[in-house]
Design a binder for this molecule. Structure first.
Ligand code: ADP
Ligand code: ZN
Length: 600
């Protein structure tokens, strides 16, 4: 009964046809007054889990959220859907606070977003004690855990809610899944007796593409120009310097790119972030400082120009693409230098040895995802404890790399590493293999070695590739204490003795394997014109209302309008993402935009 009503609200207010994943179960549990822990991947639809109950229950839902931008965004989206919502944070004016307080008193406000530090202040708690609170929703609940990378000490104090409001249920939501974090959330927020909802972490609409780096910037430019032109995206780099460098390069090549890193003045950072969310084709080139709180649903690609330091980082960052459920791409370009640099960073960092060991393990896991010939999604999800069949739509599934017997090349490499005394880095080993008699080679008399010139047939690039694969397969190590010198491992011995073959990934990838799948929405010329007309209308309205375009309505909504060409308000009512408030506000206008294109 209650669920039918929830379904109705889903349709009438938010314009969606059905619940996704666990949403219905979570809504039901909350309506029954249960506390819960909800794990859903980014873009899974966590917000509706408490927003719909908020509209069905008596009283006010308090939503704890760690970032101002995040709160404002959610409130804007709710108001656009006709829901009475507000936010209180350091940027809220006194006037707004008073107006919200009145609405709370009169019982008309349904959702109030608040920062954790504000919520746990004695004054605020006392205020709440006199109000009718139906639920506490704690968003980004992983911030409670020191284990994660977004630790916020104030979150740990939220445990006080259980003591002060024992009869008000709490729901904690997060996209960070590991066991330790989960345990911390339950502990600090007193959710030991709560129901747990864990969704699959698969992001089916994201296409995963991993390529080997040879000229990263150029590869990135090609990827964007040829496959992502005019789309919003994020490019992640490892250092501030490379952010600046890559951003400049993209701009020089005619793209609309903006830099973002912790070294830039805060005003510039917020301006760039605002432009990214509001404009339609901005490419944000950033360090990992950029990310949490980016709720932009229509990010079409996330590119990593360097390998991330762990699978969790990779998944969280790439997960910012395609929150609206439309096709999106995660593009990763990795190379050996990258691996070496990250290892160096870990070894030089001021952390305990045990921790260094853990970090190195995580790095290796990420490297394995890059090197695998198996399904990428399978490898990624395994990391989160999920087992799936090969997905059929990642780069490896669509263009399976055929391994070849590379034993002979590998033997040459390993013996050369041995001959130079396991004291030289990759560059020098390659020079010897390729028979380059340069200054360094002659200084060490390496032109006299039996391995000098035995690898002439392959290019530098090929040799780097083989070395990287040998590092990946554990046949070689690089000595992080000694200028990255290559060294043999125990596993190298049987290969050298000819007792074991080594299979390698192809040295050159088939051309089509480096292309991402085309978005299958092909538009006719007429459809393209309608699409553009709708986008122009949306952009103008967004400007006028001073909100991001996606708050007006998402791409998926525009797409459905183009496909279905609604002729009247009743038909608009069936379009994805259009609830009653939006139809009332601009339904007529949409029909007007479509009108000239309607078939006679
Ligand atoms: P999360 O917080 O889990 O990352 P959001 O709550 O921001 O995800 O939801 C992601 C997007 O999916 C939003 O644009 C939201 O409106 C949309 N969405 C959520 N639930 C549904 C649903 N049942 N049907 C269609 N779209 C949905
Ligand atoms: Zn796959």
């Amino acid at each position: 009964m209650q669920l039918a009503r929830a379904q109705q609200i889903l349709h009438d207010t938010f314009g969606y046809h059905e619940f996704r994943g666990n949403q219905a179960q979570v809504v039901e549990a909350i309506l029954q007054g249960k506390s819960a822990l909800v794990l859903m991947p980014t873009g899974g639809g966590k917000s509706l889990c408490y927003q719909i109950p908020a509209l069905m229950m008596d009283g006010l839902v308090i939503v704890v959220s760690p970032l101002i931008a995040l709160m404002d965004d959610q409130v804007a989206a709710l108001r656009a859907a006709g829901v009475a919502a507000g936010a209180v944070h350091s940027g809220t004016s006194g006037e707004e606070v008073r107006s919200l307080a009145e609405k709370i008193d009169s019982g008309s406000l349904k959702l109030l977003y608040v920062s954790p530090e504000r919520l746990v202040s004695e004054r605020f708690l006392r205020f709440l004690a006199h109000s009718n609170i139906s639920l506490f929703a704690i968003d980004e609940a992983h911030c409670v855990s020191q284990w994660g990378h977004d630790f916020r000490p104030e979150y740990q104090q939220l445990g006080i809610l259980a003591e002060r409001f024992p009869n008000v249920p709490r729901v904690a939501l997060t996209a960070t899944a590991d066991q330790q974090t989960r345990a911390d959330i339950k502990h600090y927020l007193h959710l030991e007796d709560g129901v747990e909802f864990v969704s699959s972490f698969d992001r089916a609409n994201i296409y995963y593409q991993v390529i080997e780096k040879n000229n990263g910037k150029k590869q990135l430019l090609d990827f964007i120009k040829q496959q992502m032109h005019g789309q919003s995206g994020i490019v992640y780099c490892l250092s501030r310097k490379s952010v600046e460098d890559v951003c400049q390069f993209l701009c020089e090549n005619g793209l609309n790119a903006l830099p973002y890193h912790a070294g830039l003045p805060i005003e510039m950072r917020s301006e760039h972030q605002a432009r990214f969310t509001r404009e339609e084709n901005v490419i944000m080139v950033a360090t990992v400082a950029f990310g949490m709180g980016i709720d932009k649903p229509d990010v079409r690609f996330v590119a990593h120009l360097d390998m991330p330091q762990s699978v969790e980082h990779f998944y969280q960052e790439s997960g910012r693409a395609g929150r609206d459920g439309l096709p999106a791409v995660s593009w990763l370009c990795y190379g050996m230098n990258n691996l070496v640099l990250l290892k160096e960073r870990i070894m030089e960092s001021q952390i305990a040895d045990v921790q260094k060991h853990i970090e190195l393990e995580k790095l290796n896991e990420m490297f394995e995802v890059c090197e695998t010939v198996a399904c990428r999604r399978q490898q990624l999800l395994r990391h989160f404890g999920e087992h799936i069949e090969p997905c059929g739509h990642c780069d490896n599934c669509l263009h399976p790399p055929i391994r070849f017997d590379g034993t002979e090349w590998v033997q040459k490499l390993l013996s050369c590493v041995y001959r130079v005394g396991q004291k030289f880095a990759a560059g020098h080993v390659i020079d010897v293999l390729r028979g380059k008699n340069n200054e360094n080679v002659s200084r060490w008399q390496h032109q006299k070695l039996s391995t000098f010139g035995i690898g002439e047939a392959l290019s530098d690039k090929d040799w780097r590739n083989i070395i990287r694969q040998c590092l990946g397969q554990g046949l070689l190590l690089n000595d992080v204490y000694h200028y990255q010198a290559l060294m043999l491992t125990q596993a190298a011995l049987p290969v050298l003795r000819g007792e074991q073959t080594v299979m390698l990934r192809p040295l050159k990838r088939a051309k089509e394997a480096t292309k991402v799948k085309n978005d299958d929405w092909l538009r006719t010329e007429r459809e393209e014109r309608i699409w553009q007309a709708l986008r122009t209308w949306r952009r103008d309205l967004a400007k006028q209302e001073n909100v991001p375009a996606y708050i007006i309505c998402g791409d998926k909504t525009l797409r459905e309008i183009v496909e279905k060409m609604p002729k009247n308000l009743a038909e608009l009512n069936k379009i994805y993402g259009l609830g009653e408030a939006k139809i009332q506000q601009f339904g007529k206008k949409i029909l007007e935009v479509c009108e000239p294109f309607q078939a006679a």
